[in-house]
Structures are given as structure tokens and as C-alpha cells.
Ligand binder design. Structure first.
Ligand SMILES: Nc1ncnc2c1ncn2[C@@H]1O[C@H](COP(=O)(O)OP(=O)(O)O)[C@@H](O)[C@H]1O
Ligand SMILES: O=C(CO)[C@@H](O)[C@H](O)COP(=O)(O)O
Length: 498
């Protein structure tokens, strides 16, 4: 008899990846489907929600037809979703316009308006500062700029919650994604009256909130017929991709921290309760574990900086070959420092990256090394925020494409001056989604139990004291670059925009 599996659906920005995972946490099959970004104007980033539904369905159909899973063996499905996307639905729950995504920066004026109108009250309730790309500012942009579309809105929902709605017919918003709208009272886990009243938003616009491990029931007859799945397959809430990534990396204790090098970079800390106040310096959201939280800082271009460098200056090499070049250089890249602000940062959309200390004796190896080091210095800035609030980390769990390189893992250990571990069989947030499905089905008592079975750690990288001291000297210089280059970056961008 075929073994039971759950499906972890990782609904990303460039693709959906669906992993079938058995009760022991083994991945038995995996399918992906890519879809485009719609970028009709500078700063705009949209997607058609139907693409998410079609792409996920194609991946599921492939699991059944190509990988020979039977519909009956798929016991449950859960989700990890790209965060913050605004999906607008009319009275018939039909999509009104393309979704405005997390990396869309059009709503800077609305961010300012939120700050002016609610100031610190907003921070106290939502536990975050508004940023362009978060759901609420995008919604307010729509209110101001597309009044007809705004008038049609009956409900709003985030990307993976829309996908789950299409599979079940039940419209709900799961709590870790609800927090990413910045319209939630994070400590109480309820929609914020303050936000609704301040911006004239009807309370009915905001769907019922569910927990990540809630079993919301079976898929609908219509979706079963359409996809070939069984109507017995249960759907479980799921989580925002960073919360799901943290679950998949077993970040379940306060002294553990996750460093993720994907397209963007994330430093994420588990929080036992909502007491701590970072004054908006890092984001603070509800976790996938009921009544727990996580905080995180984001570098917008982490892995993207390395892939940009590869595409521009080393397209003849594979990632492995290019990263191996960095070994020919040394700590500090012979006096070269890179800052990875190549698409701006959330705190300053117009800051840009730089290479400081370019010297005629340097080689391509030094440039690769500088890029690897600069990205981790930007993470060190995020660690510093935590250290300043008294956090002390025993272990950093490294995930994402960047964790494939042993050299880069050692650079992390030396720059953070903390032990770094990678995961065996790293699958990113999709494994977190599978864990949530397994818990929602009752295969495990808790997220912690499931994570202990599904996740195992690989090699450990210990900091080398001599390297730690050298890196610290370079980091002291790195820290000064942001402020000293900000005005130059702004003036250069202004020239480009002329
Ligand atoms: N062999 C490698 N060594 C080091 N870094 C790598 C390697 N392969 C890919 N990467 C980095 O990983 C990034 C992609 O990571 P991934 O977690 O797949 O991102 P995403 O899920 O955002 O697409 C790339 O941008 C690149 O910088
Ligand atoms: O906006 C955030 C976090 O605040 C991003 O982490 C997105 O959630 C990333 O989505 P993918 O790059 O994983 O598609």
C-alpha cells in the first residue's frame, strides 16, 4: 500500500514548489511551476492570482501523473506563502485586479500618511512600521488611485490564503500572514479597530483569522474534480514564508536564530511572547506556532547581489565555480568592501550598493569575496539590533541557496562570531508547510514534535577567533559606508530619473 504523504505548497514569487513528504519527513516527490511578475511601471510588481491556482494545480497533477502518487495517499495539504500581497475580491469573491506584491514600492506616499496619522500608536498595535509593499499601504494606494476598484472590494486576502480559498471554498486569513498586512493587533491576534477607523476601512473587508495548524476541512468537490485529488484530502492553514521557513529550520527556541540567503536575506528570531519592543527596527509578527511570535530583519538583495554579480561579471562560471574563486582571495578581499543595497532597502528605497577600495592589484576573486562578505556584513547589522536588545545566540541556522557553500557558511560563523549549522536536505519553507500539514492532521502533537522528526542538522561551522578579529576590523569600516554614500546614491538616482 502506498505510504501516506502531506503536500507542502511553497507559493513563492517566481514559482510554486509542491513537495510530497511522508510521515518520517522524507521528500518522496517534488514538482514546481514558474509564473511571471507583471512590472508595468517602475516600482510596480503584480501577479495574477489565477496563475498561483493554475501553477499549483499543474504541480499537483504532475505529482499524480508523473510521480505516481495516488490521490488517496495525499492526506493533507498546507502552505508557505510569499508575504504581504494584496488580493482584492468582490461580492462574488472574484478577483478585482492583479495582486500588488511584497516587492512593489508604489505606496511610499501612503506609508508617510500612515506614519503622520497614527505615529507611534500604529507601531504599538501592529508592532511594525508601515513599509511600501506591506498590504495596508497597498490597499490605501488603491483607495486613492483606483476608486472604482476600491469601491468593489468585499474582502481582501493574502496570496496563499487566496489559493487555499480556491481549493476549499472557505475564505479565511491565517494569522502569520494576517500580521504581515500591518492591519492586525499582533498581541491580541485580532484585526485592529484603530487601523480600520483611521483609514475608513470596513471591518467586513477583513476575513476570519485562523491559526497555521488549523485543519479547515477537506478540499471542495469542485477542486477535487478539477485536480484529481480526493475529497478526503484535508487543508491546513499554513504560514507566511518566513514563518514556515523558521518552522522548517526548527527555529523554535529563543536562543536560536535563522539566517536565510535566498533572493533576499532574512535574519529571524523566535519570540516566546509579545513583550519585547524593538521600536520598529525589525518586523514583529505572529508565528506559525499558536500564540508565539518571531521578529526579523530583511536585506532586500542578499542572494540577488551574488546572482547579479554572476550574471554581470562571471556568466562563464557556475555558482560553485564562482564561489570557489573567493577562496583564492582572503579575509577583507585585499581591501575591497561591497555593500549589497543594489535595489535599495526598505528603510531607504534610494540607497544603492558600492565597491569601496577598488585597487589595481585586485582580481575577480577579490570581487567575489567582497560580495560574499558584504552580504554577511549586512546581516551583521541586523544581528547588532538584536545584540543591542540583549539577545545572545548560541546557534545560527543557515538556510536558503546561500547555505550550499561551505566557504560562505564559514564566513557567516566568523562574521557573526557564532556557531553556524546548515540543515540536511534543506528545502526551505516548503518543509515548514509540510510540518504544519502533519500537525494539522494530528500526526504530531505539536509543531515542535513534527519539526524534530522532519528536520535534522548537518555540519557545524565554529567561529575561528583570528578570523573573527580580522572581520571585525573590516565590519567597522563597512558600517560607515551606508551613511557616507546615501547622499551620493540619492543624487545619482535623481540624475537617472531626469
Ligand atoms: N552553489 C551556490 N553557492 C552559494 N550560493 C548559491 C549557490 N547557488 C545559489 N546560490 C545563491 O542562492 C540564491 C537563491 O537561493 P534560493 O533560496 O533558491 O532563493 P529564492 O527561494 O528566493 O529563489 C541565489 O541568488 C544565489 O545567490
Ligand atoms: O516580503 C518578505 C518579507 O517581509 C519576503 O520575504 C517575501 O515573503 C519573499 O517571498 P519569496 O522571495 O520567498 O518569494
Amino acid at each position: 500500500m502506498p505510504k501516506d504523504v502531506v503536500l507542502g505548497v511553497d507559493l513563492g514569487t517566481s514559482a510554486v514548489k509542491v513537495s510530497a513528504v511522508d510521515r518520517q519527513g522524507n521528500i518522496v516527490a517534488q514538482e514546481t511551476y514558474s509564473y511571471p511578475l507583471l512590472q508595468s511601471a517602475p516600482g510596480y510588481s503584480e501577479q495574477n492570482p489565477q496563475e498561483w491556482v493554475s501553477g499549483t494545480t499543474v504541480a499537483i497533477v504532475r505529482l499524480i501523473l508523473n510521480d505516481h502518487l495516488t490521490a488517496e495517499q495525499i492526506k493533507g495539504i498546507s502552505f508557505s506563502g510569499q508575504m504581504h500581497g494584496l488580493v482584492t475580491l468582490d461580492k462574488a469573491n472574484k478577483v478585482i485586479r492583479p495582486a500588488i506584491l511584497w516587492n512593489d514600492t508604489r505606496a511610499t506616499k501612503q506609508v508617510q500618511e500612515i506614519n503622520n496619522q497614527l505615529g507611534d500608536d500604529f507601531l504599538q498595535v501592529t508592532r511594525n512600521r508601515a513599509q511600501a509593499g506591506f498590504t495596508l499601504p497597498s490597499l490605501l494606494w488603491l483607495k486613492e488611485n483606483e476608486t472604482e476598484n476600491f469601491a468593489k472590494i468585499h474582502k481582501i486576502v493574502t496570496p496563499k490564503d487566496y489559493l487555499r480559498y480556491r481549493m476549499t471554498g472557505k475564505l479565511q486569513m491565517e494569522i502569520s500572514d494576517a500580521a504581515g498586512t500591518v492591519a492586525l493587533d499582533v498581541a491580541t491576534g485580532t484585526w485592529s479597530n484603530l487601523v480600520q477607523e483611521a483609514f475608513g476601512l470596513s471591518a467586513t473587508m477583513f476575513p476570519e483569522i485562523i491559526q497555521s495548524i488549523d485543519n479547515v476541512g477537506p478540499i471542495s468537490d469542485t477542486y477535487a474534480e478539477f485536480s484529481g485529488l480526493s475529497t478526503k484530502t484535508q487543508e491546513i492553514g499554513g504560514a507566511a514564508d518566513n514563518a514556515a521557513g523558521a518552522v522548517g529550520a526548527a527555529i523554535l527556541k529563543p536562543n536560536m536564530v535563522m539566517s536565510s540567503i535566498g533572493t533576499s536575506g532574512v535574519v529571524l528570531k523566535y519570540e516566546d511572547n509579545a513583550d519585547i519592543d524593538y521600536h520598529g527596527k525589525v518586523t514583529f509578527f505572529n508565528h506559525a506556532i499558536p500564540h508565539k511570535y518571531y521578529s526579523m530583519g530583511v536585506t532586500l538583495s542578499a542572494g540577488y547581489s551574488l546572482s547579479w554579480f554572476k550574471k554581470t561579471f562571471a556568466s562563464d562560471l557556475s555558482f560553485d565555480e564562482m564561489v570557489a574563486l573567493a577562496q583564492e582571495s582572503t579575509i577583507g578581499a585585499h581591501g575591497l568592501i561591497f555593500t549589497p543595497y543594489i535595489v535599495g532597502e526598505r528603510g531607504d528605497g534610494d540607497i544603492r550598493g558600492s565597491f569601496i577600495g577598488v585597487d589595481g592589484t585586485q582580481t575577480r576573486s577579490d570581487f567575489v569575496r567582497a560580495v560574499l562578505e558584504g552580504i554577511i556584513y549586512s546581516f551583521k547589522d541586523l544581528f547588532a539590533i538584536y545584540e543591542n536588545t540583549g539577545s545572545n545566540f548560541e546557534t545560527v541556522v543557515a538556510i536558503g541557496g546561500g547555505a550550499k557553500s561551505a566557504l560562505w557558511l564559514q564566513i557567516q560563523a566568523d562574521i557573526f562570531n557564532t556557531r553556524v549549522v546548515a540543515l540536511k536536505n534543506e528545502q526551505g519553507p516548503g518543509m515548514g508547510a509540510a510540518i504544519l500539514a502533519a500537525v494539522g492532521l494530528g500526526w504530531f502533537e505539536s509543531v515542535q514534535d513534527a519539526a524534530n522528526t522532519f528536520t535534522s542538522f548537518d555540519k557545524t561551522y565554529e567561529p575561528n577567533p583570528a578570523s573573527v578579529a580580522k572581520y571585525d576590523e573590516y565590519y567597522q569600516i563597512y558600517k560607515r559606508i551606508y551613511t557616507q554614500t546615501a547622499a551620493l546614491s540619492h543624487d545619482l538616482l535623481a540624475l537617472r530619473r531626469k
